[in-house]
Design a protein. Structure first.
Length: 411
């Protein structure tokens, strides 16, 4: 039964929900500890080895935090590790990537107009590319560049720009930005798994053995944590980008994604400086606004793929199979009459500049490619068209879509 699509959509929704929850936990912990580290204050009464303290009030109680620059004199009886927020975010994100972009690769991952790839080739590129950034970044961090943090961050930015361009030459716009976010998130989680946690374990083992821990391990962990702090906001933007065609379905989506990394730096620089000194550099907001104006302007450039070009392009074997299924022509007429005024390369509906979520429903290939979404949004549910849309969508129309899609599954 094609109603397996319903179960699969709920699985995707559940994993997305989990991913959002774990990401909130990770981001919250990351922001809190960076802010805490910056607001710690020195004092003469601090215990030996402590570099600062801070008093905080929250939830009806007071909290007294003391930081040891390397480690306390002895191992505490209870030690809380902050790692699973990061691991759970990456694992749930990887699962969501597989569910959405691998299983439904013909729709969401591959763009035949950009690269002629089979699904398995696209999946291999998707999976393999995520490790490239970590290998290059980790190599740079362990090289002499570690003593030049500004140059190191600039080189990382160059890598991100190159990957943004590369993804947009291969995948759909939506997949390209999502993969850039996953690429960056992989670096962040690998920082935790491969550097921060191992170095902290070395310090703990030294304490247990009665040895004096080496300060270099704490410094390495702090550098990687700081890098993660500056990468967080761009990753959040990239993860949300699939809901906004102006970010991914444009000619210069790769430049938009690159500029977003700069806004992440300016925003975090303001708040990190504010926490440290009590006054943030206000020029960062002017730079951020300017960058967003440039991004908005770039998003106004229309894609080169016109309706005429789309109609002239040959259908893929997968699209041709779906378009030849019994009931396709009737369903195509329903979609064309009720959906294409908004889901068009140049929408006819007032106030809509880009097709919602970048879903195009003008050609036979468009409709064949979006079979699952049509079924879920305009077949078994009344999500589309919107209630206030002036269309002729009837229960009979929806049944026509359902009958066609179930024929697709039967084949």
């Amino acid at each position: 039964m094609y109603d397996l699509a319903i179960a699969w959509d709920w699985i995707a929704f559940s994993v997305r929900w989990l991913h959002v929850i774990t990401a909130m936990a990770w981001i919250g912990a990351s922001f809190y500890f960076i802010a805490l580290d910056l607001i710690l204050k020195p004092g003469d009464h601090l215990p030996e080895g402590a570099s600062g303290e801070e008093w905080e009030v929250h939830g009806g109680g007071f909290y007294h935090t003391t930081k040891y620059l390397v480690a306390p004199a002895r191992m505490p009886e209870h030690l809380t590790w902050h790692k699973w927020q990061s691991y759970s975010t990456w694992l749930s994100g990887a699962a969501l990537l597989m569910i959405v972009y691998w299983v439904s690769g013909e729709l969401y991952l591959l763009d035949p107009s950009r690269a002629d790839l089979s699904l398995w080739q696209g999946i291999l590129i998707s999976a393999g590319s995520l490790t490239i950034g970590w290998i290059a970044y980790d190599f740079m961090c362990k090289s002499r560049l570690s003593d030049q943090p500004t140059i190191l961050m600039l080189l990382l930015f160059v890598i991100l720009v190159a990957m943004s361009w590369g993804y947009n030459q291969i995948f759909t716009g939506r997949a390209a930005l999502l993969h850039l976010g996953a690429f960056t998130a992989t670096i962040m989680t690998a920082n935790v798994f491969c550097q921060i946690m191992p170095n902290q374990r070395i310090v703990v083992e030294d304490l247990k053995a009665g040895r004096t821990p080496d300060a270099k391990y704490g410094k390495i962990a702090k550098v990687r944590s700081t890098h993660n702090n500056y990468l967080t906001l761009p990753v959040v933007f990239l993860m949300l980008s699939n809901h906004y065609p102006l970010s991914f379905a444009t000619e210069y989506a790769w430049i938009i994604a690159s500029l977003i990394f700069l806004t992440g730096v300016t925003i975090r620089h303001y708040f990190n400086t504010l926490h440290k000194t009590g006054a943030g550099p206000h020029w960062t907001w002017a730079v951020t606004i300017l960058l967003m104006v440039v991004i908005a302007w770039l998003s106004s450039v229309r894609p080169t793929d016109t309706l005429e070009e789309a109609e002239a392009r040959a259908l893929t074997a997968h699209e041709q199979k779906i378009a030849s299924t019994e009931g396709f022509d009737d369903a195509f007429d329903v979609v064309l009459g009720n959906c294409s005024m908004c889901h068009a390369r140049e929408p006819f509906w007032d106030g809509i500049r880009w097709a919602p979520k970048g879903v195009l429903l003008e050609t036979r290939g468009d409709v064949a490619r979006n079979v699952d979404q049509i079924y879920l949004h305009a077949g078994i549910s009344n999500a589309m068209p919107p209630p206030n849309a002036i269309t002729t969508m009837t229960a009979e129309n929806r049944n026509t879509i359902i009958a066609w899609v179930r024929n697709v599954r039967a084949d």
